[in-house]
Ligand binder design. Structure first.
Ligand SMILES: [Zn+2]
Length: 460
């Protein structure tokens, strides 16, 4: 009986996997159902038959055991799997057209291709950047069943483009396209390293810290560290940032959650914290002081190019008897930021200063930005916020090379902005501090884990 059944199955199985049979998809479903039924019946039969044959033979073991069935169920499962569809993933290449992309995905379906070319939603595919993944599911005739691509999103969510066959028949297949929001998986990425002879940005590259995270890090410390003058070889950093992943691929890097910088043996730490019930957060020191300062240390955009620009080997010469400010060497056109909230007091030219902006701030402070190549549309009397772009680096006036000359004055007396007291914010206290500590403890443990890891790897 079983050999007969097996024979039948074997014959049917051949039909199941016959790729030349155009109707075999439907047939396969019927067969699978039929075989399943027979299989269930066979199982019952086996339970009934086996014991009797065992008793018939006195040499047979007396232990009753159900007859071991051939591996058909497993085979059928496998067949049903391969029957389903084939999924393939490819990455967009520069110069891809819908035709070349579909071809690489193994889709041979002119109707689907025509749909994608004319449907406004499906045409979202054209907006993908090279390197982005596209997944296609095809049937055994290489006709499109569905296609998915992540159109991007934020840390929390992705916008998923889904194109799928929605009925119709071979002669007139129907497709539809939609964009749906799907949640990402949030991961906390960690990186650490030391500043070597290659400088700050090289160290960040070596530790695989993405550019947007580096920018955040500079901005977080912009009130306490002047990256152009202060960062030195041997400085160390540790950083934890959030990143949104979908299907194992990075969708977007998010916010720096915690960062430590050891600069000239001094420890600077910052932690992102949004008080409960508050929508806006800020960076705090690990002991609960806000990182925000009334003035930036570096009122000029610190970039890859400006970091190595000029440099300390090429001191800038000045014609003032006494140099009253700090120079930031940077290429012409580099953004100049308002170092603090204030009001524009002067925009124009003054002899040695060349193009100049003067800002007036609270409590008798004022700041000067000189040698500018141009102004960012600011006018006298206008209010500006800390970090706002007010002008661009140049070499107008008495300047031998492009740089920003920055002065920081109190009651019109120039101060050294690099040594002026940092005007720390008070630490959180009471219940707010308790809340801060409980909220941040997990992030602290991550940073600490990273520290242990560093020690371990350093000792190897
Ligand atoms: Zn200067």
């Amino acid at each position: 009986m079983w050999s007969r059944l097996r024979e039948v199955f074997a014959r049917e199985l051949v039909v199941l996997v016959d790729p030349t049979n155009a109707h075999h998809a439907r047939r396969r479903k019927q067969l699978t159902a039929a075989v399943g039924t027979v299989f269930a019946l066979g199982m019952a039969a086996a339970m009934g038959v086996a014991p009797r044959s065992a008793y018939d033979d006195p040499q047979a073991p007396r232990v009753l055991q159900p007859m071991r069935l051939p591996d058909l169920r497993e085979q059928l499962d496998k067949l049903t799997d391969s029957d389903a569809t084939y999924v393939r993933q490819e990455r967009m290449l520069r110069g891809d057209t819908i035709a070349t992309l579909l071809k690489r995905l193994g889709v041979d379906d002119p109707d689907a291709q025509a749909f994608i070319a004319r449907n406004p939603t499906a045409r979202g595919l054209f907006g993908l950047e090279p390197g982005q993944a596209v997944q296609a599911e095809v049937d055994e005739r290489n006709l499109l069943v569905s296609l998915q691509a992540n159109l991007g999103g934020d840390v929390a969510n992705s916008r998923l483009l889904v194109i799928e066959r929605a009925g119709g028949d071979d002669l007139n297949p129907q497709y539809r396209a939609r964009v749906q929001t799907v949640g990402n998986e949030t991961r906390y990425e960690m990186a650490s390293g030391a500043i070597g002879s290659g400088g700050f940005f090289n160290a960040m590259d070596a530790a695989n810290v993405p550019d947007e995270i580096v920018e955040q890090m500079i901005s977080i410390f912009s009130g306490v560290i002047d990256f152009q003058h202060d960062i030195a070889r041997g400085d160390r950093f540790r950083i934890v940032y959030e990143a949104g992943f979908r299907d194992g691929s990075l969708v977007r890097n998010g916010r720096v959650m915690a960062v430590e910088l050891i600069n000239h043996n001094e420890l600077y730490q910052a932690l992102w914290y949004a008080p409960e019930g508050s929508k806006s957060g800020a960076y705090y020191t690990f002991d609960g002081r806000s990182m925000q300062r009334p003035f930036l240390r570096t009122p000029v955009e610190f970039t890859r190019i400006s970091s190595g620009f000029g440099g300390r080997d090429h001191p800038l010469h000045h014609y003032w008897a006494q140099h009253k400010g700090v120079d930031f060497a940077a290429p012409v056109g580099t953004k100049v930021f308002a170092s603090g909230d204030g009001e524009v007091d002067f925009v124009g030219q003054q002899n040695g200063y060349g193009n100049l902006v003067i800002l007036k701030h609270a409590n008798g402070y004022s700041t000067y930005y000189a040698h500018l190549s141009g102004f960012a549309g600011v006018q006298r009397g206008q209010h500006v916020r800390q970090g706002q772009v007010i002008a661009f680096v140049g070499q107008t006036g008495w300047a031998t090379g492009p740089h920003l000359h920055y002065e920081f004055r109190h009651n019109d007396v120039p101060q050294n902005p690099l040594t002026t007291a940092l005007m720390e914010s008070p630490a959180l206290s009471g219940p707010a501090r308790q809340q801060f500590l409980s909220y941040t403890s997990s992030m602290l443990s991550r940073i600490n884990a990273l520290r242990t890891y560093n020690v371990l790897t350093a000792s190897n």
